[in-house]
Design a binder for this molecule. Sequence first.
Ligand code: FES
Length: 155
Amino acid sequence: MPQIHEKIHELTVGQLAARSGAAVSALHFYEAKGLISSRRTAGNQRRYTRDTLRRVAFIRAAQRVGIPLATIREALAELPEERTPTRDDWARLSEAWRSELDQRIKQLNRLRDHLTDCIGCGCLSLDTCVLSNPDDAFGERLAGSRLLVERPKAG
Ligand code: FES
């Protein structure tokens, strides 16, 4: 990983990409979405403050666990004066996201368990396909390959 001299207070987009592991295009995207910001030089080149590195690390960590960019942006916007997230901020926010992640894991497990119904099917029916309409997985089903809702056994 390229080292950045301590005296350098601003990074070019290339330096930020090299240090953070994010592609330049991803950094431009984050900026367009208001997750990071830069100033422009006289030659219209972007310059990022050093703490943008931590901000990008925060964004990428949150994305890795499936947090949507809009949620990440809201979390960053709630920090006082939009400061760079600290260790405590990450601890607090990741804790708050736990139930959302648990929910998503549960849904993915359910999809995985019923994926065999879809293999080779191709219908993607909104009424019967658990992949096509996962939020309705426990809704009424009439026909076709479908999620089997557990029912108490008779007798
Ligand atoms: S593709 Fe999922 S049930 Fe047909």
